[in-house]
Design a protein around this ligand. Structure first.
Ligand code: SF4
Length: 366
């Protein structure tokens, strides 16, 4: 029997009756700095999507690549995830429904005790019966992207009319079969003023989890919509206030300094949060099998078609260096909570070219 400590999502929840804030792991695995296993592995199953290039993160890399891991390679990856006792395998795309082996992959994961979530594109192919079938295969949560509380705001982001309505309809189909729903929102200057309305919408939609992804620019052209340090603080304050009364969990991505904000609210934080960061509790596998510290950090530590995920995660110089907070520079390097926060490595890399530079969007004075 393995003596390796188990991480579970349950360990990451504050002891609050409602409006839970997902702070990341607090168990013994976190104490080891996530050296042995990530808290979550995200696998981009495919980049194929029948809809527009806007579905991919950057229009520059919006190629409709069909090269992706084979079914056998996918099963091998899942076996590795299972052996590592990773609490969650998050499946994403492109449009995962374009893979004919989607259902067998989810069934195989369930048979290996690997919990899977799946981010879906609400295309016309996604019928309510498919949602029911996914749940029957063992899926624990369905995810959708929503970047605005109105059709105008959301659909203009994607440049696809009708997407907002379609997404809400499919969320309804998930509720029909009691499949928990996660909504992902990229937070930028485009939707900053929509935050209150978004929280209201998610409450009405009765989602289980809201994943707030703080925008990371892919290139200099995108820095104009990146939130400033003060605007990050503004969002943190609203998320924290909302977490006191909403019934869904709030998770942040590339918003590591939310940990600092939460630490200031000492009266409601019953424990010292241990910060997940890129490569430290997180791993992202792209459609070709390359392993990155996060979806938003385009550096590869290895390739699961040639090595095991555990080998890349535990031993590659990229991942090992990212778990060493003494490598951090500037104000992040001097920060007393660098081991808990550490700033967004993806944003530092995108905006400065230095993987270990300070997060340019943190309000801490230099
Ligand atoms: S200075 Fe860096 S480590 Fe400290 S709170 Fe800001 S982002 Fe986090």
């Amino acid at each position: 029997m393995s003596t390796t400590p188990q991480l579970s999502e349950r360990t990451s929840k504050p002891r609050k009756a409602r409006g839970k804030v997902v702070l990341h792991a607090t168990g013994s695995g976190a104490a080891q700095g996530f050296r042995l296993r990530p808290l979550q592995v995200t696998w981009e199953m495919t980049r194929v999507c029948r809809w527009k290039a806007a579905f991919t993160r950057s229009k520059k890399d919006a190629t409709r690549e069909v090269n992706h891991l084979s079914t056998a390679e996918a099963f091998h990856l899942i076996q590795d995830v299972s052996a590592m006792h990773v609490p969650l395998l998050a499946l994403t795309g492109g449009d995962p429904l374009t893979r004919p082996d989607l259902f067998p992959i989810i069934e195989f994961a369930a048979s290996r005790s690997v919990r899977t979530s799946l981010t879906l594109q609400p295309t016309p192919n996604l019928e309510a019966s498919i949602i029911a079938e996914l749940k029957a295969c063992g899926l624990i949560r369905a995810g959708f992207w929503l970047h605005g509380s109105t059709p105008a705001l959301n659909d203009s982001y994607w440049e696809i009319s009708g997407l907002y309505r379609r997404t809400l309809d499919i969320i309804g189909a998930c509720h029909e079969v009691q499949l928990p729903v996660q909504v992902n929102t990229i937070m930028s200057r485009r939707n900053l003023r929509d935050l209150d309305s978004m929280i209201e919408l998610l409450t009405q939609l009765d989602v289980a989890l809201w994943n707030v992804v703080f925008f990371v620019p892919a290139d200099r052209d995108e820095t104009a919509v990146t939130l400033s340090a003060d605007q990050h603080e503004e969002v943190f304050a609203k998320l924290y206030a909302a977490s006191k009364h909403v019934h869904f969990q709030v998770k942040t991505t590339e918003g590591q300094h939310y940990q600092r904000y939460l630490l200031r609210q000492r009266e409601v934080i019953p424990f010292l949060p241990k910060g997940v960061n890129d490569g430290k509790g997180l791993a992202f596998i792209n459609h070709r099998g390359e392993v990155s510290p996060s979806r938003y950090l385009p550096l590869s530590g290895g390739d699961v078609t040639r090595q095991s995920l555990s080998e890349v995660y535990r031993d590659s110089s990229l991942f090992v260096s990212l778990r060493d907070s003494s490598r951090l520079k500037g104000k992040c390097g001097r920060c007393p909570i660098r081991g808990v926060c550490g700033g967004s490595r993806a944003r530092a890399y995108a905006m400065t070219g230095d993987l270990f530079a300070s997060d340019p969007c943190c309000a801490v004075r230099a």
